[in-house]
Write a protein that binds this ligand. Sequence first.
Ligand SMILES: [Cu+2]
Length: 105
Amino acid sequence: MLGFVTFTQPTFLLNTVVSFRTWSYNDRVPSPTLRAKSGDRVRVIFNNQGGRFHTVHFHGIHPASEDGVRSVRHDQQVIYEFDAKPYGVHLYHCHIKTGSQKKGV
Ligand SMILES: [Cu+2]
């Protein structure tokens, strides 16, 4: 399975008056669903288009090196690669320590 995830900071309009800038993957909140079959090799190409370091932390069981521990600079790309296991629904999100989940990713 090949996935493409880009960190962005879009501004969403709630109505004609209210807007907010948030963090997202692929300009979406919630972020896109990445689908794989159990045991598939997952390869996710991550691009950081945010103004600071970001990562992608994938839930599940895989090597720590693929677990969002590498900080990715602005305009940098990394490839995360691991096997999809165990089966189920697993979250992924940014892993920098600023309350990233509250900001949308
Ligand atoms: Cu998590």
